[in-house]
Write a protein that binds this ligand. Sequence first.
Ligand code: AP5
Ligand code: MG
Ligand code: ZN
Length: 225
Amino acid sequence: MRLVLLGLPGAGKGTQGDMISEKYGIPHISTGNIFRDAVASGVGLGREVNSYISKGELIPDDLTLRVVQERLNQPDCQRGWILDGFPRTVLQARELDRSLAKSGLNVEMACDVRVAQREAIERISNRRICSNCGAVYHLEQHRAEEKGTCDACGGALYRRTDDSEETVRKRLDVYMRQTHPVLHYYARDGRLYSIDGARPIDVVFADVDHYLQHLAEELAVGEAQ
Ligand code: AP5
Ligand code: MG
Ligand code: ZN
């Protein structure tokens, strides 16, 4: 199963990606997380990408494509994957298709998690992340039991540096200009599935999962033939 998750910053791509990964046993690959890990390591790639992330701008396509290709070549990707936050430009979407086609593969489904901009801003301002295991919380919708610490591992919770109000506005603007056209790219050949993301996390997941079960059945039939 090979899918991509699209949607505004804060729409819930990461949240849904983790749930899909757990249920279907395929890796959840977030380019944002890969880049943030590189920044945290403080060397090479990290220094190069930090200037873009901190301004809310996109990392150049060639660098992003290289990073994703490297990740998709890892053995855990053989049975499929969930890409979260990639592709973010039409060029990235085309190159992904082109590269997969060389191995007779494709993106089977592009899931657009839809929320209004003001909901996205609200979610981002309430997001807290575990500094140890990366678990994602929301101060109201998905609260940690103990304020400021992770339920799973006790790690301290923090806010992303690009979650400031000014940078979030920039990220939303970049999404509308550079990423929104990617929806049309996948809609053209019927691969786009639109999900109402403005509902509780489990309800959104039930919808996503409904499509995924269909997809899994179709793939099983295809393999059996
Ligand atoms: P990235 O990390 O991908 O950020 P983003 O797209 O801005 O999205 P977010 O991670 O902020 O939101 P999300 O949709 O994952 O929401 P979440 O599940 O956390 O990218 C960051 C930067 O990296 C970019 O700006 C760019 O610089 C660079 N980059 C990354 N990929 C790139 C690429 N391909 N090309 C070039 N540059 C790239 O949820 C948000 C909050 O809401 C959480 O608190 C969560 O608990 C809560 N929540 C989730 N779902 C619900 C719900 N249904 N109801 C209530 N609350 C909910
Ligand atoms: Mg995310
Ligand atoms: Zn944790």
